[in-house]
Design a protein around this ligand. Structure first.
Ligand SMILES: NC(=O)c1ccc[n+]([C@@H]2O[C@H](COP(=O)([O-])OP(=O)(O)OC[C@H]3O[C@@H](n4cnc5c(N)ncnc54)[C@H](O)[C@@H]3O)[C@@H](O)[C@H]2O)c1
Length: 347
């Protein structure tokens, strides 16, 4: 099968990572690197590359060999760039977040569906071996019913000028929540609190609380100001609890058969029912073996598979929309002193 002709738009911080993975894949033939700053694009490619450089997306789309485009420009430009790509009849991979508003994301999804084109959102963490395994474990019922999820993503981060820490970092956590929860379980409301202690003009530290179906709860802590880097997620279930420490390559995931049980009232006699019966499980911990590979390699493979087979990618436009919906609800809550904002059910 012939490789798929591809262009990357955006040669800033993240674009070169996409470029490197697309260039390494036999599924793709990278033809263009497009950036408003041509010198930056040339620097990324080096002196010996045969990949074309342009500042003009129209030039990319005029190349009939280009069948797909990867967009790594700032979120505020995703709508015009990705819409132009779709309208030119090309498949598109868009960086997270899918767009800068839910309404813009809807436009992209509608355009892709109308034209029967692949619209994939790069929710990179969903393609890490750790998150793929977590999803498998949760979906197979290994943890039992999910009771809570706690995600911490903090470090000395690049303080962004145009977006707050929620829109910069929380797309990762929210896309993971969306990806790993079993069918039928999903967030129904969001409350967010934030702070801007350095006067950046928007929140640099934020705490999001998500109410999930069935009474479960999720918490996301994102922070650009922490001197130490922490990337830990805990998923507590009725049977087991999983701890994912992304900074511990020798044991990223640990599954604990440890927890607290409350005996069901009907199991108790009259006397015992008056006092709550709490028991502690102290079973084994298992650390599943995980492959060590770059998530973007799997993103690229998934994009190719979706283009070749016509099936939706694992993180399609609708996954992007669900994350946008949570982000918008979080922004509304931040602006309203942490009020709980309900999410409308979306496709
Ligand atoms: N998946 C991840 O883990 C991850 C990590 C970092 C950033 N991102 C995402 O990648 C995207 C880009 O982020 P970044 O940090 O690389 O930004 P950046 O500002 O470093 O780079 C953006 C580049 O896009 C170029 N550009 C802007 N508008 C353009 C247009 N209309 N046409 C062509 N080029 C244009 C700019 O000149 C710049 O070189 C964002 O959506 C961000 O959220 C994803």
């Amino acid at each position: 099968m012939l490789p798929i002709g591809l262009a990357v738009v955006g040669a800033g911080y993240w674009g070169p990572n996409l470029l490197r993975n697309f260039a390494a894949s036999p599924e793709f033939d990278v033809r263009w690197l497009c950036d408003l700053d041509a010198a930056r694009a040339r620097r990324v490619l080096g002196r010996y590359s045969t990949i074309g450089v342009t500042t003009d997306l129209a030039e990319v789309l005029a190349d009939p060999a280009v069948r797909a485009v990867a967009v790594a420009t700032p979120a505020s430009t995703h709508l015009p760039v990705a819409l132009a790509v779709l309208r030119a009849g090309r498949h598109v991979l868009v960086e997270k977040p899918l767009a800068s508003t839910y309404a813009e994301g809807c436009e992209l999804v509608a355009e892709a569906e109308h034209r029967d084109l692949v619209l994939m959102c790069d929710h990179t963490f969903c393609y890490t071996p750790a998150v793929l395994r977590i999803r498998e474990l949760v979906h197979a019922g290994e943890l039992g019913d999910v009771h809570y999820l706690d995600s911490v993503r903090i470090n000395l981060g690049l303080v962004q000028r145009d977006i707050d820490v929620v829109w910069d970092l929380a797309p990762h956590d929210l896309s993971i929540v969306d990806f790993v929860l079993p069918g039928g379980a999903h967030p129904v409301a969001v409350a967010a609190h934030g702070a801007d202690p350095i006067g950046a003009g928007h929140s640099c530290v934020a705490y999001l609380t998500l109410r999930l179906t069935g009474g479960a709860i999720a918490h996301v802590h994102v922070n650009w100001l922490s001197p130490t880097k922490v990337r830990t997620t805990i998923i507590g279930g009725s049977k087991r609890t999983l701890v994912w420490d992304d900074l511990n390559p020798t044991q990223r995931i640990a599954v604990y058969d440890r927890g607290v049980d409350l005996a069901a009232p009907e199991e108790l006699d009259e006397e015992a029912r008056t006092a709550a019966r709490i028991s502690y499980r102290t079973g084994d911990m298992v650390a599943p073996a995980l492959a060590e590979r770059e998530a973007l390699g799997a993103v690229v493979a998934e994009f190719a598979a979706a283009i070749r087979t016509g099936r939706p990618p694992l993180t399609d436009g609708h996954a992007g929309l669900r994350v946008l919906q949570m982000l918008e609800a979080a922004s509304r809550s931040l602006a309203d002193n942490g009020r709980l904002v309900e999410l409308e059910v979306s496709g």
